[in-house]
Design a protein around this ligand. Structure first.
Ligand code: 9YW
Length: 442
């Protein structure tokens, strides 16, 4: 990328640059999440990347999902990182200690990430079906072949993480939420006391040299301690509730699970596993209700819950909009949309673009440059807009589309953006940012 190629002038150019980013991050077996910072496959990134890729090549998109599915553990869990052989990311597979637990030949982490996969697969199938011919044939073949794996993945989430009747999934690490250092997790993390562990050297801060854009060393110490707690019990799902010092019912992940279970039911009916659909729909209902039940009457936002203390989690973050993803309650939806478009969120006149920040812009803990503590994440903009479009809300989809494209025209495909200035932050040429640019343009 040469400096004088910014900003981008036309939407055609934006599309072609986004395709270039994905091509450059493609190492053959996978499209890495980002060129330097994240040289591996991340689970929910891969799903978003696949839908972006499908605007270019359905075959390449399905290959991405295939690679992820091949890393699925015997339990049904799909790991949050599938490692390539590119060195330089910490914690690596050795530090994770998953060899011998992960399937033979698979190098992976030992935790999961939000299950957006079935939703993105449904999107790809719809695109391929509309295109017809070879694309449609490939998508059908892929879906028939991999459906049992996606069903196993959902069954694992429901049984290992969501079997307590709350209609909410429990996470044992902030990384599982995909929103690593969100203030959502400050309370639970404050009670994590790292014990003796091997020393470590971070690599992320060698790459994002402005350290104020990344989590702190103290936070990393806790992240690594949780990895060690899991490794000590061999990543045995049955033992995690007794040993983990971080346990949160993640409301946003639960909403994603509800929506994706519905999407998976549709795919199951269409592609040869209709007998699975009633169970999937039952899970969708259970988690939809679980999410709705977390809404704070006063703020109108959905809340996580700390399992170890029983406390609700207060900070106003983007996860509070979980019902936009999953609810069937029209009054709740209306209230959430009013808040979403109000002065604490996309209606804040100080914003560079009317897009949701990762925390409310009026939150006292807002850090507009730091990761999940304030910046705007392009991938979230598209995911929420996609959920609204699914409900038939084309108007809001187009509004968010216009604002997001305007943001992305600066041309760096940043991992996240400063909400008030629009400055790209974190990693540049981030794959899922390029992928959602292609979705917006499709
Ligand atoms: C890390 C890859 C991942 C995303 C997460 C995001 C970040 C990785 O990057 O975490 O090492 O901090 O928080 O959601 O999947 O893009």
């Amino acid at each position: 990328n040469s400096g004088d190629s910014y900003p981008i002038r036309t939407l055609e150019e934006l599309g072609s640059r986004a395709r270039d980013v994905l091509a450059a991050n493609d190492i053959g077996t996978m499209v890495t999440a980002a060129p330097n910072l994240y040289p591996h496959m991340w689970s929910w990134d891969a799903a978003f990347v696949a839908t972006g890729l499908s605007t270019v090549s359905v075959a390449r998109a399905l290959q991405e999902l295939d690679y992820l599915v091949a890393a699925q553990w015997k339990s049904g869990m799909i790991p949050h990182i599938v490692f390539s052989d590119v060195p330089g990311y910490f914690p690596d597979v050795d530090r994770w200690g998953t060899r011998g637990v992960a399937p033979e030949g698979v190098q992976s982490s030992g935790i999961c990430q939000p299950p957006v996969h079935a939703t993105m697969l449904r999107r790809i199938v719809e695109r391929a079906t509309a295109a017809g011919g070879e694309d449609a044939r490939l998508a059908e073949e892929f879906t028939r072949r991999t459906l049992p794996h996606w069903v196993d993945w959902h069954a694992w989430l429901r049984s290992a993480r969501g079997g307590d009747g709350s209609g909410l999934l429990t996470i044992y690490h902030g990384w599982e939420s995909g929103m690593d250092n969100s203030p959502r997790f400050d309370g639970p993390y404050s009670r994590v006391q790292p014990g003796d562990m091997e020393p470590f050297v971070r690599t992320d801060t060698l790459k994002v040299t402005d350290h104020s854009q990344r989590p702190s060393d103290e936070e990393y110490g806790r992240y690594l301690w949780l990895v060690q707690q899991m490794a000590d019990v061999g990543f045995d799902d049955a033992r995690l509730p007794a040993v983990m010092s971080f346990q949160v019912r993640d409301v946003f992940m639960s909403a994603i699970f509800a929506a994706a279970s519905e999407d998976l039911a549709v795919l199951a009916e269409q592609f040869g596993l209709p007998e699975e659909a009633p169970q999937l729909r039952q899970w969708a209902r259970e988690f939809r209700d679980g999410v709705d039940a977390t809404v704070d009457e006063e703020t109108g936002l959905a809340r996580d819950r700390d399992v170890l203390t029983g406390e609700w989690i207060g900070p106003p973050t983007i996860a509070g909009f979980a019902p936009l993803v999953s609810t069937a309650d029209q009054a709740l939806l209306d209230r959430q949309l009013e808040i979403f478009e109000g002065p604490d969120w996309t209606g804040d006149p100080r914003l560079a673009f009317p897009l949701p920040a990762s925390t409310s812009t009026t939150y006292e803990g807002l850090k507009p440059r730091q990761y999940w503590r304030g910046p705007v994440w392009p991938v979230m903009n598209w995911y929420l807009a996609h959920c609204l479009r699914r409900r038939g809300d084309r108007k809001r989809y187009h509004q968010l589309c216009e604002a997001s494209l305007a943001q992305l025209m600066e041309g760096h495909f940043g991992e996240y953006y400063e909400p008030f200035t629009g400055e790209p932050l974190g990693s540049m040429d981030q794959s899922w940012t390029a992928a959602v640019a292609l979705e917006w343009l499709a």
